[in-house]
Design a protein. Structure first.
Length: 309
């Protein structure tokens, strides 16, 4: 099978954990070890987020004031290289060199008139207290939003139109290689009237970009790995019901949390409408997720619409 695996933020950085290189490598190593059986047997593309890391680079960037701060598109490219390198290396190590792994820096075409540019929603960077968030917003002219018990910077997150390097990724897969790409959703770019790519100041949602890639590659499956066991209707209420399987049409009628599960459901619907399947579930139980003992599957059709656990 051809499978796109999207690693959630918990695969790279644990909530509340210092964003050190050692922690990044340890988390990636554990994730890659969980992926080895899948990577041995299938055509696998690994995508990943970059929200905490790109925000950290932005802060480090601002600390050196002798030159102008680098723009967000270049910082996004830096995180693709940084995280892609670690995933490439640790997956190669986990497979003991059985398969070649290529990390590809990718760009994602978006529409510069996307309304997301007027409504920043994508959380990036470290967590702040209310006072520190207010100070950062005033000093750097950032937009700040609540994230759980703390606050983080938010930036525009436009919808991906296409992954510019999808044909290259397809060629690598057909050549027997494993691929790491679409890091942080890919660097958002627009295409001007002369066909030139120009970077934009935004961060594309990783799951949305992974779904766009899966559709372009005609992948059999998109697997979105997170720290939750299921997609749940009425999550966190006495009426909560965990979803085992759903059709794209049926689950599209439900609403989920905008900052967490809704983007994953939207990505799954995009893949299902393109004829593939999408799984959403926990990284630490990947085998059970693939065998459908845990997690949520979204597929093109299902007679009963939604099947609950």
């Amino acid at each position: 099978m051809r499978i796109v695996v999207a690693l959630g933020g918990n695969a790279l950085a644990r909530r509340g954990e210092p964003m050190t290189a050692d922690h990044l490598r340890a988390n990636v190593r554990a994730s890659c070890e969980a992926l080895t059986d899948l990577a041995r047997e299938h055509e696998v593309v690994i995508t990943h987020g970059n929200g905490p890391q790109v925000g950290l680079l932005a802060l480090q960037n601002l600390a050196y004031q002798d030159v102008a701060a680098y723009p967000l598109d270049i910082l996004g490219a830096e995180t693709q290289g940084m995280i892609g390198y670690v995933i490439q290396q640790e997956l190669s190590n986990a497979l003991a060199g059985e398969r070649d792994v290529a990390a590809v820096l990718t760009t994602t075409e978006v529409d510069e008139s996307d309304p997301a540019f007027d409504r920043p929603t994508k959380l990036i960077g470290p967590m702040y207290s209310a006072d520190d968030a207010a100070d950062a917003a005033a000093e750097y002219r950032w937009t700040i939003a609540r994230d759980g018990k703390g606050f983080r910077r938010v930036v525009p997150s436009p919808e991906p139109l296409r992954i510019m390097q999808a044909p290259l990724v397809r060629g690598l897969l057909e050549g027997g290689h494993l691929v790491v790409c679409v890091g942080g959703g890919g660097v958002p770019v627009k295409t001007d009237s002369k066909g030139r790519q120009i970077g934009l100041q935004a961060v594309v949602d990783k799951d949305a970009a992974s779904a766009a890639l899966a559709a372009e590659l005609e992948a059999d499956m998109l697997v979105m790995l997170t720290d939750g066991d299921y997609v749940s209707e009425n999550w966190g209420t006495p009426e909560q019901r965990d979803i085992h399987t759903a059709s794209a049409a049926a689950i599209g009628e439900l609403a989920f949390a905008e900052g967490s599960m809704q983007p994953k459901v939207d990505a799954a619907i995009r893949v299902a409408k393109a004829g593939g399947r999408a799984l959403i579930g926990p990284l630490d139980r990947l085998d059970d997720l693939i065998e459908r003992r845990i997690g949520t599957e979204i597929r093109p059709d299902l007679a009963e619409g939604i099947r609950f656990v």
